[in-house]
Design a protein around this ligand. Sequence first.
Ligand code: HSE
Length: 432
Amino acid sequence: MAKKVGVAILGLGVVGGGTYQTLVDHHDFYLKTQKVDLTVEAVLDKAEARLDALGVPEDLRAKSIDEVLANPNVDIVVETIGGVGVAKVFVTAALRNGKTVVTSNKELICKHSHELEDIAKRNGCGLYYEASCVGGVPIIRTLLDGVQANKINKMMGIVNGTTNYILTKMAGEGADYAETLKEAQRLGYAEFDPTNDVEGFDSTYKLSILSSMAFHTKVPYTKIFREGISGIATEDIAYGKELGYTLKLLAIGKNTEKGIEVRVHPTFIPTAHPLASVNDAYNAVYLCGDAVDDIMLYGRGAGALPTASAVVSDVIYAATHTEIKYSTFKNTANAERNVKFVSNFASAYYIRLSVQDKAGVLAKLTGVFARNGISIVEIEQKGKKEVGENGEVRVPLIIVTHQTHENSVKNAVAKLGETDMAKVEAVIRVEQ
Ligand code: HSE
């Protein structure tokens, strides 16, 4: 006889709704393939309209978290509310009541997984969060169970669909950032307040979780260098293309001899790199393991059914495994004390300047770079002339540097800012 496992869903938004639909539609399929009778026993959401739209029967509509937790038929609680307010209260209560929790909440896991995992362990239940990172792409399970033979020294991910959609459209259609963002909002890709996505916060939460797991230590999101895409000009995407680069918002984690380097920023990558062909709202994570070499996982990072795929896969895992497997990284508040983080990281740079078009400017300019120890790979003056109010002619100048350091570039940019000869219009890191 199939094992009977009851599920409660807290929050019936996009992901919760997709989870409900998947569990109901695939009930018989899981019975057959997994030998488990997975049944939705309760749903908690104040919005009657959502419950009605999904046809949730009256007897499954719980009135409170207490009612859900007191239900002896509920074994697994799915949290798809989001944020760290009520979601944290409900998840904590569920774990304290011995219910295994499956969550899609990256902010909750990023900020509080160590304390939640402690509560889970003390109460003999599980805490699963595949859906917290990169939607339907099974990156957490891969890190836990698929590549654990490796020392992973590098990962690069396109972990945010909204920004990837915007950058893809800017590159393809030549539209500017503001225009593309509006279109993305109209189509439902970007939220009304897009800050979390476009300024890179969403990516830092995901990178914190993924790099903590990959490098077996705690990587707090506060240690992650962050720069979003709102300052990106379409002309830089076009100039980069001429140089053989594609622009992506990358989440980069490196485990180096000097320490852990974690950063989220717009990055030029060679157009031949597999990540360069990850377009629109798709996500991908590229990992380098010392035994396996390079791996790339690609798929939909958001959306009702792709994210429900990750949630329900966790539910099935929890329902079919008696021994609970906690994450292998030392995700404790203390662990971070001994970990070194590299803030003055090494990178190559693309720099666009608006320079005075007159004799001697180039020599002075390259002098500033040389005095900061920055070696130039490529320098190109573009034809487009701009005439200022004072009649002064300026032209765009593109510089690509060899590998240098973040602080050297900051110093050079500050020095140039003290002069009239060049205005720094864009600084974009380049990953080879
Ligand atoms: N807002 C995220 C994105 C999806 O645009 O990728 C949820 O993590």
